[in-house]
Ligand binder design. Structure first.
Ligand SMILES: Cc1ncc(COP(=O)(O)O)c(C=O)c1O
Length: 455
């Protein structure tokens, strides 16, 4: 499908973005923020660096309370993959909001339809399922299932991973002072192949995936009790700055896990449901996980998440008291089911792949033209641009990252900051013209900041 004038989310590229206030945030945003921030504490840097106040969203655009119209390159935070307020999703939620909001974990027709649809689109044998209301709770449930299935209790995840903000999910992620006292017992981290910043390389300088796996063996022998239940990984590290693994990493890790009786849990909260042009990102590497978590784009904005477990281990879900108050409520199931149907009916996996090819080509050209761009990467609509002070030392250019984020935002691009890495996750319902427009704003902002910083 190509997104043209008849498409619900189509918008004349000549009209977007449109900044009408002298400053961004404008006066009304500032006033609301003063009031909101008196009470609500703990905003993300996405907000604190550009504290606008949004009023409505339609497709690939957002409007703030001052009437500024933004092009959305963030999908909230990788959430509204199908654009804001897709009519099919909104109507499905509204229908159940008026008919039946919650009945604990009893089955409902819409829940059964969702479970069957999920079973149909997953390409492996992930037939055991539970539904949750946040990515973090799905991750926590996944960890408990891995323990129940194996009788083992240790977990290995990777440097720079992010899996959520509660006790054990936090223990699978990068540790810092905001995470409390430290990692829970039995949780470990290992380096993961990062092609731009490899830790282990072959003689020719290429990243050496086998050396990482050899290290994992050494690590397990020395740092753990040998009771590793699972490797827990993001297929692409989103929070870390859209860090993609080398192509051979997941197939090799799968074999590594199989040979050692370790499960592979793929946290697809951020990467699934068309974000990278596939329902499941692990499909890119033809690698079957034992446990998968889904979130964010799964309900396109409605809080609905899932944990999927392979046939072989699905009875373990019975051992963890898996149900919750809100998991699988009719509105949530309707949102997720409608979202999958939209991806299917509108060919959005294929469209995301096409957009991804455009984005990559464009980012490669930007890298040629701008010395502060050290690396560019992406699949579908999951993209990253890494800014460095010097291409030889690869020193992260954090000041430039922040400045480019703010500059582009003030030109009408709503997106996501990550230190020196520019992160982009546009809705996959974007036309190529608007994709180009977003890239123009980013390139213009990089060029201005680069000039001002003396490059
Ligand atoms: C890979 C991954 N896992 C888990 C989570 C946690 O999801 P939530 O914020 O819905 O709890 C996130 C959120 O950013 C994520 O990116």
């Amino acid at each position: 499908m190509s997104i043209g004038k008849d498409y619900w989310a189509w918008v004349d590229p000549g009209t977007v973005p449109r900044v009408v206030t002298e400053t961004v945030p404008g006066p009304k945003s500032q006033e609301y923020n003063q009031r909101g921030m008196r009470h609500m504490i703990g905003y993300s840097s996405q907000v604190t660096l550009c504290p606008v106040v949004f009023d409505k969203g339609h497709g690939v655009t957002l409007t703030d309370v001052d009437g500024n119209l933004y092009l959305d390159f963030s999908s909230g935070i990788y959430v509204t993959t199908l654009g804001h307020c897709h009519p099919k999703v909104s109507e499905a939620v509204a229908h159940w909001a008026k008919r039946l909001m919650n009945c604990h974990d009893f089955n409902t027709p819409v829940k059964v339809a969702l479970l069957e649809k999920l079973a149909e689109i997953q390409p492996w044998d992930l037939t055991g399922m539970q539904l949750y209301d946040s990515g973090t709770t799905a991750v926590e449930a996944g960890l408990r299932v891995c323990r129940a299935a194996t009788g083992k209790y240790e977990f290995i995840s990777c440097y720079m991973d992010f899996h959520g903000k509660t006790g054990h999910a936090v223990s699978c992620g990068r540790m810092n002072t905001t995470n409390g006292m430290g990692r829970a017992q039995g949780f470990y981290m290992v380096p993961r192949p990062y092609p731009y910043r490899p830790m282990f390389t072959k003689a020719d300088g290429e990243i050496d995936t086998d050396a990482y796996l050899n290290f994992y063996d050494e690590f397990i022998a020395n740092a753990t009790t040998g009771n590793v239940a699972a490797f827990v990984l993001e297929p692409v590290q989103g929070w870390a700055g859209s860090v993609f693994p080398p192509e051979d990493f997941f197939p090799k890790l799968r074999r590594f896990c199989d040979d050692r009786g370790i499960l592979l849990m793929a946290d697809e909260v951020l990467t699934s449901m068309a974000r990278t042009g596939k329902y499941f990102c692990m499909e890119h590497w033809d690698t079957r996980p034992d446990v998968v978590t889904l979130g964010k784009g799964f309900g396109n904005g409605f809080p609905v998440t899932a944990m999927l477990v392979s046939e072989k281990y699905k009875d373990s879900i019975n051992k963890i008291s898996a149900s919750t108050s809100y998991g699988g409520n009719p509105m949530a199931c309707a949102a997720a089911l409608a979202s999958i149907e939209v991806i299917e009916e509108e060919g959005l996996n294929e469209h995301a792949q096409r957009l991804g090819q455009y984005f990559l080509k464009r980012m490669e050209a930007m890298k040629q033209a701008h010395p502060i761009i050290g690396d560019v990467r992406g699949k579908g609509c999951l993209l990253g641009i890494e800014l460095v002070k010097d291409r030889t030392t690869k020193e992260p250019f954090v000041e430039a990252g922040k400045a480019v984020y703010q500059r582009a935002f003030s030109k009408g691009l709503a997106w996501v900051p990550a230190g020196h890495i520019l992160r982009m996750s546009p809705p996959v319902v974007m036309s190529e013209e608007l994709a180009a427009k977003g890239m123009d704003i980013i390139e213009e902002s990089v060029a201005e900041v680069e000039r001002e910083m003396g490059y």
